[in-house]
Design a protein around this ligand. Sequence first.
Ligand code: HXC
Length: 514
Amino acid sequence: MALNNKIEELKKRKEQIEKGGGDKAIEKQLAMGKMTARERVDAIVDENSFQEYDMFVQHDARDFDMDKMTLHGDGVITGTGMVNKRPVSIFAQDFTVAGGSLGSMHARKITKIMDHALKMHMPLIGINDSGGARIQEGVNSLAGYGDIFFRNTISSGVIPQISVILGPCAGGAVYSPALTDFVFVVDKISKMFITGPEVIKTVIGEEISMEDLGGARVHSEITGNAHFFAGSEAECFEQIKKLLGFIPWSNTEKAQKLEPKDPDKRYRIDRIMPSDPKQPYDVRDVIRAVVDGSDFFEVQELWAANAVIGFGRIHGETVGFVANQPLVLAGVLDVDSSDKIARFIRYCDAFNIPLVTFVDLPGYLPGIDQEHAGVIRHGAKILYAYSEATVPKISVILRKAYGGGYIAMNSRHLRADYVFAWPSAEIAVMGPEGAANIIFRKEIQSADDPEKMRALKVNEYKDKFANPYVAASRGYVDAVIEPLETRKLLVHALSVSVNKVQQIPHKKHGIPPF
Ligand code: HXC
């Protein structure tokens, strides 16, 4: 056959494969409000930058008449492309081909692109839209998942791994996203669960819809499995690109530096803190008041909202922000917010992203529920993560820093590099009311007017401890600053930390309170 004819044949073969599961299956996919796998890849990468590999790979299953079946691309598209001119590896499961189910060759395509991403030090983006392990392939599909999970784990902390759930992600398949750094979900489209509604009905007799069991909202608001929630696939792809703009391409690099920008003048940092210390405020306004262009990209916004985490830039450099949120539960630490904060610290530390922490919390949430849910074990994760992190670590104590919360939120004692405090800071073992009730109990009880005496003692305690100056006199706080000086000091602290070197004792690895 002449070369021209061979080229024609190649084109035809490719065209055939690009049709995925065929017109009917594609129609069904679109009718569900979903894009096709190829459209998704094209929507994420820069125009015409995608190069597909292994499009001719076929399954090798023989049972259940599979030997008579052709599955285009074996239900997954893999390749490399550019996002904002920087390389990424990507795979997208194609639900139109056997429900995107994962057989051994499908898995082999994924593990090959995962190995490639790790070798080339580039992010891996995985689009999940699959009925899970291909039932006809039995243990071979389970083996495929095992191979993926292993690579997710080994790549963790070396390259960024992003999971996008754009359809079902059922059964053990959920553990790949769970092992990656960031999980993106889309309202009404994403479904993640270990056992589906059918199994639940059979085994425990309960009826539940897929949406209520493991829809996008469930994972964004209740379980914390998802990091970003979008109303549409298009919005989700914009979020992915935005995230990629903030993070470095691997653990041996730093995030891209952009032109520094002043924060938006709308955010007046000197007007955020209410004069009544009992009044809440939105700590995100403090972050927006210090970051370039007031552009704060929040992570896990809808889950454990008593803690705020996310990325912003200070003087052009990416910074990871951690803050207590006085608007929600007064910003206390509990089981979920501890997990949220600790994991984010580890992400930033693994990828050379300095951490800025804004502190305003009354401590850990008291109560039987929290104690029994393991607030000791979960709360310890924050101490562990901050202590172990060697990236530049800066704290600003805005208001309350009580008890264990003071220590946990990147205190000097966990090797914070710089601790600043606003004059409104109150650093003490506990709140003035509780403290006065305990240490002045006798005086209060025996007074002619116990309420008057209580108020007197609360004030006495406040004057003595509820301020930043005792901590500053011990050097636990480096500088007491005016709110208006915050950005200037953060810029300074970050710029004098660029050569930070800190070693932790050599070990195989620590044993964090997982
Ligand atoms: C083989 C599968 C499949 C699977 C779907 N299909 N899931 N084929 N193995 N796991 C096929 C269907 O037979 C169908 O083929 C096509 O994909 C589309 O599926 P539908 O059911 O028609 O689609 P829909 O109605 O949208 O329902 C989607 C679904 C449902 C909810 C995902 O298909 C489903 O419940 N699948 C099984 C999910 C599951 O329990 N997976 C767990 C497997 S165990 P045709 O030819 O008719 O178009 C597991 C363990 C892994 O994953 C452990 C790793 C540690």
